[in-house]
Design a protein around this ligand. Sequence first.
Ligand code: NDP
Length: 334
Amino acid sequence: AVVLVTGANGYIPIWTVSSFLSRGYSVRGTVRSSAKGDHLLQYFSEYAKEGGKDRVKLELVVVEDITKEGAFDEAVKGVDGIAHMASPFHENVDDPEEFIRPAVQGTLTLLRSAQAHAGPQLKRVVITSSCAAVITIQPTARTFSELDWNEQSIDEVKAQGRAAAPMTKYRASKTLAERAALEWFKERNGTLGWDVTWVNPPFVFGPAIHEIPGNKPENLNTSLKAWYDFVLDTKNPKGRDALGDAHVLALEKEAAGGERIIVTAGAYVWQEWLDIANAVAPSIPKGYPDILAGGPEYKVTYDTAKERRVLGVGYRTKEQTVKDTLADFKVRGW
Ligand code: NDP
């Protein structure tokens, strides 16, 4: 089987490419320029050249502008499944449309290309949404589920425009993209021959295998940079392939069709990462261990019953994630 992974060079996408390849799927990845694909082809060179074990192959297609109508027409041809992951997630944003347009239009462009050009073998499109499209920021602790939608960020962006925080713009873009795809799909459900699944993870941590420009921590993707800043940055003392696997399972499990699924190993407070990191490497800033004296109090928790019932992802513990991530950072000389 062949799957298309969009934005294949990103932090989570490259782990997802890895999950698909190791489970015997050939992967066609999209990148915005051929230079952005060099690291992928090198990292998976065994698959990129001859095809790996059982002729499992990685190939890349350049899709410069995912918002352009027909952008994915060629890329979708002949694929059995699609993981749509390309979407902006950084802090360098002024006009909210810089996030909203690629998130919403990029997704609709992909869906339309899939409908018109993928072919009858296509079974499912898995869209990487986010808990950003689920949670609302509030003063009291709360458990969120797939029934919750983040209207709050959309309202804030409407009210504040460019002045809204980058994360608010990001959250609005993910909510609007998920909803646009849901509406598109509902209008055509039953006529397509394939269905859509949304995977909604919160912040994802763990080692990086994607290209980090200049090998500098400041160029990390947003979630891992937040982890680095919190745990390692001495000036600031205060999931990885599990998610790749979640995308494979979301494509494979019959019951995932049409579903929105929150995928998370569990809650954390930042101090927990510091405590665990200190047990591994005592040179790391201590933070404020006292705040965990009565056990961690989680403001945001998720009901993961659906994930466990439908997908059954195997997660790493926080301890393992810390060890693996610090080992990765050490190799990089950080
Ligand atoms: P990365 O920034 O590492 O990857 C983002 C990918 O999307 C890259 O391939 C990037 O391409 C591409 N992209 C960004 N902006 C555009 C654009 N305007 N047009 C076309 N492609 C674009 O981030 P992540 O791996 O974290 O994100 C991958 C997906 O996972 C996203 O959909 C994100 O919303 C989602 N997600 C991430 C979470 C996390 O904690 N990391 C949590 C929940 C969801 P390029 O390299 O060329 O910029």
